[in-house]
Design a binder for this molecule. Sequence first.
Ligand SMILES: [Zn+2]
Length: 344
Amino acid sequence: MKVGYVYDPVYLKHDTGQHVENAGRLEAIISHLDRTGLKEELVPIKPRAATAEELSLVHDASHIAHIREAAHEGGGWLDADTVMSPDSYEAALYAAGGLIKATEAVMDGEVDSAFALVRPPGHHATAKRAMGFCLFNNIAIATRYALAKYKLERIAIVDFDVHHGNGTHEAFYDNPGVLYTSTHEYPFYPGTGDESETGSGQARGTTVNIPLPAGCGDDEYLAVFERIIVPVVRRFNPRLIMVSAGYDPHWDDGLAMMQVSISGFARMVQIIKGLADELCWGRLVFALEGGYNLNALAYSVKATFDVLLGKTDIADPLGKSPHRFGTPDIAPLIKRLEAIHHLV
Ligand SMILES: [Zn+2]
């Protein structure tokens, strides 16, 4: 099993100071992969900068110019959550380009699967604006790029970040060639991702929003994967699966209120890998989105690589959630989603 990873120190140059989305996140991941010797088992993929034309697959020219000029003028706050430094534009070009390179490596058969360890993250960025720590929508850009370059008819995006990927949702809402599934805490930032929004026109049914109440843990996530995500992805029958991998549903993450463990993430990755093996020759590309507890993030990314490498003994040094409050009953939500998406 050949598993690729994208990383470059250019991603540390997006300097956000004391912000929770900071360079320390990638440093924690890379030093853990080094320390455990896992990096030796992976194939390095060198990123490049995305071109203006590639960014334009998703973003308006005015948005691209706005980010370029904001960096040129020294950076600063774009909104209440999103901050830039002078080198953020360059890092953002390499984040999008890094995911493109990961996608090419998988599609060209150089590796079986790949994980782009990039920042800034992307899934909140829309055609016209940066938001939620995201400047350009890396996964939407790489997906459009893959659809065009490889003439793929169908790509599925699975987004397990705790926040709704409103930018990705918007980018493909009317595109029947892209299935977007999102598990997200709801109501929560950014407020989008209602279950009734399922795509428009020909694309009806290809947006699958799974808005979860706070407090969901491994059992709830796995139930949703088995009952909703597996059947919709199977029915869609993609030629490639892309993953917005955010590890902020972890129980020890300070940004949200979910209870997922490292073992829970590993199980989700196993399910997604099983779908890729069954449906699309194992073609699977991961993009790093959120995850703000540095230990939980580093261990979970390593667990993801272990699963991609075909290992079954997955370390979970942080264990299950110690929180003793009960988990919510999501059976009614699953029933509604099964009806909305004609799964029964
Ligand atoms: Zn997130």
